[in-house]
Design a protein around this ligand. Structure first.
Ligand code: PLP
Length: 393
């Protein structure tokens, strides 16, 4: 199928389909660890790479390939490889493209486990990281050293929804001879395509909006083939954190509804953010779709909507915030996001609980902060659920 002129919602349903001899309509699930060869000569050719084709599912699998092809089409990427989780997508990117002695510049405002990976684990292998404010473009430039290989950011960030300027930072990376890697988890390609703004690579926790229904753990990296296939894939096929075919099949099905889900969830998030802004118990609402958001104009240039994550600061610190959490009856108390079911999290004691209080303060994550990942329930029911806790506060 020539996908060049198709729209994103069409690609999300159609890209990557390669039918078997049975001509199935829905994508087939190939639950097999290895593949059979017609002859010794073919086995040798497949192993050497002289003949393309599947060998072993740690290297490639048709269901996983279908997911990779579809996500590459959505991100406008030359290549995509799937991984067993979002964290292994980030790890494989670093391991595939960097060596000891090299350096990362990363935004302060990234997922807690990514901070832990960069500051707690990578130094054991001689890779260091300098953290900067994601929104301070000159600050990124100042942090670069001759050893800098990767600039890493999330936009919007987790949990404060800070929006970083992808095009400006792509320029900073290019001038330094480094790569800009964007974690596109919060927006998904339905709302934002970082490669179009000059990023070199996009990483995903497919666990979030790509699945969209809270079922499986998965990840992906997309970008130019020279980076994805020659660098990252070589680490992945050897070290093994590849995506299982079953999870790839679930994710393929998730992508089919990505665009429609992201639009509906963003609409609900905006409605909730606007309502939270009217509440006297709330000190501040963080949502890129609000005119009061410090990077609202930039967000509206980079993203087609504000997304489905809303954070807000309850007056009264941890006690008041926990009261709101504990008063919910519809919203789920869970750290995951990107589900059709709305979730609520207290970042300071959960997702960002393992980073030091100093790092948390630098990232602006206070004790009264709550993060909502808005799903597909009726917004009036979500508002009533939050009003109960806020009224009690
Ligand atoms: C922005 C972001 N990046 C990466 C990850 C890690 O993904 P996974 O849990 O699939 O390893 C998460 C998980 O919550 C996340 O929120």
């Amino acid at each position: 199928m020539n996908t060049d002129r198709l729209h994103l919602d069409t690609l999300a349903v159609r890209a990557g389909i390669e039918r078997s001899q049975f001509n199935e309509h829905s994508e087939a699930l190939y639950l097999t660890s290895s593949f059979v060869f017609a002859s010794a000569a073919q086995a040798a050719a497949r192993f050497s790479g002289a003949e393309p084709g599947n060998v072993y599912s740690r290297f490639s699998n048709p269901t996983v390939t279908a997911f990779q092809t579809r996500l590459a089409a959505l991100e406008c990427a030359e290549s995509c490889i799937a991984t067993s989780s979002g964290m292994s997508a980030i790890l494989a990117t670093v391991m595939g493209l960097m060596k000891g002695g090299e350096h990362i510049v990363a935004s302060h405002s990234i997922f807690g486990a990514t901070v832990q990976l960069f500051s707690g684990i990578l130094p054991k292998f001689g890779i260091s990281t300098t953290f900067v404010a994601g929104t301070d473009v000159p600050g990124w430039g100042r942090a670069i050293t001759p050893a800098t290989r990767i600039l890493f950011l999330e936009t919007p960030s987790n949990p404060l929804t800070e929006v970083a300027d992808i095009a400006a930072l792509a320029g900073v990376a290019k001038r330094a001879g480094a790569l800009l890697v964007v974690d596109n988890c919060f927006c998904s390609p339905a709302l934002q395509r970082p490669l179009e703004f000059g990023a070199d690579l996009v990483v995903h926790s497919a666990t979030k909006y790509l699945d969209g229904q809270g079922r499986v753990i998965g990840g992906a990296v997309a970008g130019r083939s020279e980076l994805v296939m020659d660098g990252i894939f070589q680490f992945l096929r050897t070290a093994g954190p590849t995506l299982s075919p079953f999870n790839a099949w679930i994710l393929l099905k998730g992508l089919e509804t990505l665009d429609i889900r992201m639009r509906a969830q963003s609409e609900r998030a905006l409605r909730l953010a606007q309502w939270l802004e009217t509440r006297p118990e709330v000190a501040r609402v963080h949502y890129p779709g609000l005119a009061t958001h410090p990077q609202h104009a930039l967000a509206m240039r980079q993203q087609s909507s504000g997304g489905a994550i809303v954070s807000f600061e309850v007056k009264g610190g941890r006690e008041a915030a926990w009261r709101v959490v504990d008063s919910t009856q519809v919203i789920s108390i869970t750290a995951n996001l990107g589900d059709t079911k709305t979730t609520i999290t207290h970042p300071a004691s959960t997702t960002h609980g393992r980073i030091s209080p100093e790092a948390r303060a630098a990232a602006g994550i206070g004790e009264g902060l709550l993060r909502l990942a808005v799903g597909l329930e009726h917004p009036d029911d979500l508002i009533a659920d939050l009003a109960r806790g806020l009224n009690a506060a």
